[in-house]
Each structure stands twice: as C-alpha cells, then as structure tokens.
Design a protein around this ligand. Sequence first.
Ligand code: PGA
Length: 217
Amino acid sequence: MKYIFANWKSNKNVETANEWLDGFEKLTTKNEIILCPPFNILGGIYKRAEKLGFVLGVQDLSPYSAGSYTGEISSVNLEEMDVKYAILGHSERRIHLGEDDILVAKKVDQAVDAKITPVVCVDEGYIESQANAIDDDSLSKCIVAYEPLSAIGTGKEMDVEKVTQVVDRIKKAFGNVKVIYGGSVDETNVISYLRACDGVLVGGASLEVKSFINIIN
Ligand code: PGA
C-alpha cells in the first residue's frame, strides 16, 4: 500500500473543488489517496470526498488544543470530519510563516493526541534537528515527507538514487517510519519515486483531475 497525498495548498474554493470531484468515480485503488484541501473547502466537501473513497488530510494544525487561539484550527475543530493525516512543517510554512522545528514538534504532539497521523516535511538541512525536536513517543507515529526545496513547484526532478539515500538518512534520524517523497511529482515520474519510498506528496499535479487520475493509476 502506497500513500498518495494531494496537497492543494491555497488553491480552489468549494465550487471548483466540487468540479474537481465531479471528475472522479468511486476510487478502487488499493493505495491510500489522501485529499488535503484548504480548511474551509474540507468543511464543504468532506462527506462527498469520503464517499468517493478519498481519505482526508489537512495542511497544518494548531500547536494548541481548543481554546483562545484566534485563527488557529485545532484537532477539536476537525472532529466530525474524520481527518486522518496532517501535513506539518511544510517548507512553505517554514519560509513564509517562520515555522521552526520546535513549533512543528508541538503540532506533531497535537496530531498524535488526536490520533491524526503527522506527515512531517523535511529538507536535508533539518532532518536530524527536526527528529531531535520531536518526543520519542510521537516520533514513531510520524510519516516523514522528504521535500527537497529545489524540487518543490519547480518542475526540477530529484534524482531517484538521491531520494533513496535521503530515505535512509531519514530512517536513521526518525527510526523505522514510513517515508514519502514530494517535489514536482507528476504522472511521468511517479512510478520511479514510488519504487524508492512509501508514497508521494503531490502539489501542482494534484490540481487538475486528469493528471491526478493518471498519478493514481
Ligand atoms: P509540487 O509541490 O508537487 O507542486 O512540487 C509539492 C509540495 O510542495 O508538497
């Protein structure tokens, strides 16, 4: 079983998300296809997405539980939606919103407490420091996404041998966790990445129905 994540980032609205879902029949794959839309869209489409066989994920999670944290989305806010995964510490959040290893570790703990699997994103610069920041108990519950900065949104493919090497390094730091790859994954290169690791995190190529169906197939 492989993990295929669709990370929509800040794209689409409820209407265009429903148009995207119109393009799918009920999924029949043995792989886990995880749809990670923006929070508001998740609220608008989760029932329909689940009926089609998608598993639900979010792109972030509050480092705090429910309470006075204006603008944050805690696991309590997600309860009725059966969210199974949370992408945490994506490089875009580290770069544009100042997230660091410590903050990401707090989010990991919140996810684990809520029985949501944390998908911790790392580039080579912070594999060990991110692992060290996370509690031992939480560490084994993570999926780790190797997301090289040079390959995200650039169309520049990362060499598969290099991915294999970094997967080994991640397992040394995090333990025997599942590792997925993200960065310009598309229908032409997905097979080779799936041979090197446990799944893929797809950004741009998940926005169009046709390219995402080709990736799933
Ligand atoms: P990309 O994004 O597929 O558009 O490169 C991947 C990611 O940022 O997770």
